[in-house]
Structure formats: C-alpha cells, structure tokens
Design a protein. Structure first.
Length: 408
C-alpha cells in the first residue's frame, strides 16, 4: 500500500515532536508499505527544524514544504497554516503522479487539511482518512476562549463537518468522541480508535543499557536522595494545560515533608513557573532544562512518583491520549494523575492514584498516600502500568490497528 500522510507538524527522533507520524510510518515501512509524509519545514513543537525539500528518514520519505516562522497562536501561525496548505494543494497532481497513493491521511491537528487530502484522494481514487488529534474548533473555544463566531473558528467547523461527511475512515486518538463526531455528521461505522503509544526500541529491557542521564539532572536527583527525600518528577511541556501551578501549590503544602519535586522540560510557562519557585522560595522544587528524548527512560527510572496533571475543562470529557503518561507507565513508575476526563489509563491499569484536577490539596494528599505505601506496593503499581502499555499501547500494535482501518 502507498500511504500519503499529510501532517503539518510531523517530526522524527532527531527533530522532535510530533513523533506519532514517524512511529506509525516506520512500522508501516517495516511491514512492506511505502509512506510519504508531507510536513512544514517550521513547527513550534519541534526542537530542530529541517531544511525544505525531500529527505529519507529510516525508510520514510519526507517532503518538507517551506513555511514562515511564527510565535504563539496569532496571525503568524494562521499564515503558516495557509502557506502549508496552499503548497500541498498546488502539488496535488505531482503527489498523485509521483506516489500514486492508495490512502491519503489528513492529520495536521487542525482539520483544514481535509480539503487538500480530499482533492488528492479524489484524483486517484484513494481512501480518504481523517485523523483526529484534538477536537478543533472545540479545543480553541474551550481551552483558549475563542468565540464560536470568530472567522477562524467557523473555518475550522466547516472543515470538521467536511471531514465527518466525506472521509472514508476517521481514526481518533481520543476514545470518547463518538457523540461529538456523530453530531457533526459522522457515520460511526467509519470510526476507529487508535490512541498514542510507545516504541519498544527506546526502552531497553536491561536497566544497565539505559543511556546516561545528563549530569545536572542526575546530580539534582542524587542530592535529594542523599537528603532522604522521595523524588516526585515531571517530564515534558510546561504550558497552561499541564497544570503545573497546581503541582507547585502542592509542593508548598508539602514543604516540611520528605518529598522533593524535580521538573524537567520547556514551554511557554517555564519562565513564569521558575519565577514562582524563586519568589515563593520553594526549596523542595528543582526546575531543569529539557533533556534529549533518548534520556527520558533514564530520568523516569530515577523517580519514585511521576506527576501528570490537567486543567478542569469540559473538553476532556471526550477522552485523553497523553504521550507523557505512556512513558511514565512504560518506565514502571507509579503515577499521581490529577484529572477529570472521559477515560483514565491510570485507573484502568491500576498504576497509581487519580485525584481531582486543579486542587493542590488533592494532589498533596495523593502524593502523601503514594509515599506512605510500602515500596513493594508502589513497585506493583509500576509493573501494572508497564503491562498495560505493552498490551495496548505499543506502536506495532497501534500501526496494525490503523492499517486495518485503511483496508477497503
């Protein structure tokens, strides 16, 4: 099968997020299929930007289209989206002639790529697939407060309606989207749930084979252990949706208890959070710059408890599919999950505790409860999390499920 994968923000291990297109495509290539990813050469989520042009990465053909740089979610990002989509539209005939796709996947987080994907699919009689990451325009409305009457929101809504009406298959990472998509015209027989996951080759079975952790991170954790404290860790993006203010509030409540907090990552909120730590003299909190993805298993192996939090917003009723949580569970570390959502992998797997979101008291109490457990019970939680991921969330399993959805 020839699979044309349109994903504006697609990345790779060397470039950074988004990783999902790379991991799915790599499994499809290993199974003997051809994959052409078309992406922009600039994305706000990548650590490093590629050069515009064609590139082969691990057997996957990438085409990087030149797009303007931007910051934040304003006009610059909209212009970047427009430039990407207009170039894919202009290259439609070329892509059909060069690649002869059997399936075209529209997968750019925002839904407007469905129109160019539909154009290409109709040119060559290919299967049209719409992949749902977040629910746009509902996400900008409920998370960012945009008006439903805003022209950009109306454009997103027209695109989502077109995707629900015209796609031959809809693949969603979010497990509870059925009612929402049906309300916008989707025949639910077309819907397949394929969540996020992990790739096994990044997780050595032998802990001795883990890559060394960067010196400053390793030293920070070692210092806390020497002081007799358990280490609560967070690894990933530092934005408003990650509810790290709640974690800092909980750290303040726990300042006299033998718990230390190590936060590793970057994002729009990092500088403000660091000022909070300094201004409030949160001596039990250490914030460190992001580490390479290859070192994430090494970091998580050093934690006693891992934290993941969410805002209390209605949109999570449709489900969550966080990569970070899959990493935590694969690392066999017990998880404190602060969330109210349509699904909860921590509760489903029994790998930790779930508490109310945006409640410092609830987070502090949950951490106390986990810390008070015998080490053997925390280890058992960790093993349950890892077993859950291995059964349901490895990319070989997910790629096969996605591939089956693309069979006519």
């Amino acid at each position: 099968m020839n699979i044309l994968y349109l994903n504006h923000y697609a990345g790779s291990p060397a470039l950074g997020m988004e990783f999902r297109p790379y991991y799915l495509a790599r499994e499809w290539v290993r199974a003997g299929h051809r994959v052409q990813i078309v992406a922009a050469d600039f994305s706000h989520v990548r650590a490093r930007q590629p050069q515009a042009g064609d590139e082969l990465i691990d057997g996957i053909a990438y085409r990087w289209l030149p797009t303007p740089h931007y910051q934040g979610n304003g006009v610059g990002r909209v212009w970047n989206i427009w430039r990407f989509l207009s170039q894919v539209w202009a290259q439609s005939r070329r892509l059909v002639a060069e690649f002869e796709p059997d399936a075209v996947i529209a997968s750019s987080t925002y839904p407007m790529d469905i129109w160019v994907a539909r154009r290409i699919a109709r040119m060559c009689g290919a299967l049209l697939v719409h992949e749902v990451h977040d629910l746009w325009p509902l996400s900008p409305i409920e998370l960012s407060g945009m008006s439903p009457k805003h022209p950009f929101i109306r454009l997103c809504q027209a695109a989502e309606d077109a995707a629900c009406r015209d796609a031959d298959r809809v693949v969603s990472m979010l497990p509870k989207v059925q009612d929402h998509l049906a309300a916008h015209g989707l025949d639910l027989r077309k819907l397949v749930i394929v969540p996020n996951g992990i790739t096994l080759d990044e997780w050595p079975a032998d802990a001795q084979a883990l890559p060394p952790l960067r010196d400053d991170v390793g030293a920070a954790i070692a210092a806390q252990r020497t002081a007799g404290r358990m280490v609560v860790g967070y690894a990933g993006s530092m934005g408003l949706p990650n509810a790290l203010d709640t974690l800092l509030d909980a750290a303040a409540l726990l300042h006299d208890e033998p718990l230390a907090f190590v936060l590793v990552g970057d994002g729009h909120e990092r500088e403000r959070l660091a000022r909070r730590v300094a201004d409030e003299r949160l001596a039990n909190v250490t914030m460190l710059p992001p580490i390479p993805k290859a070192q994430i298993p090494s970091l998580l192996a050093q934690l006693d408890i891992a934290y993941i939090g969410w805002q209390r917003v209605p949109i999570y009723r449709f489900g969550i599919a966080p990569n970070k949580l899959m990493d935590y569970m694969m690392a066999s570390v017990p998880v404190l999950h602060s969330v109210a959502a349509g699904n909860d992998p921590v509760a489903e797997s029994g790998c930790g505790l779930t508490v109310a979101p945006e409640s410092a008291d609830a987070v502090a109490d949950g951490l106390r409860r986990l810390a008070a457990l015998p080490a053997s019970e925390r280890q058992a939680m960790g093993r349950r999390g890892r077993a859950f991921v291995l059964a349901h969330h490895t990319y070989p399993v997910l790629a096969r499920r996605f591939l089956q959805a693309m069979q006519r």
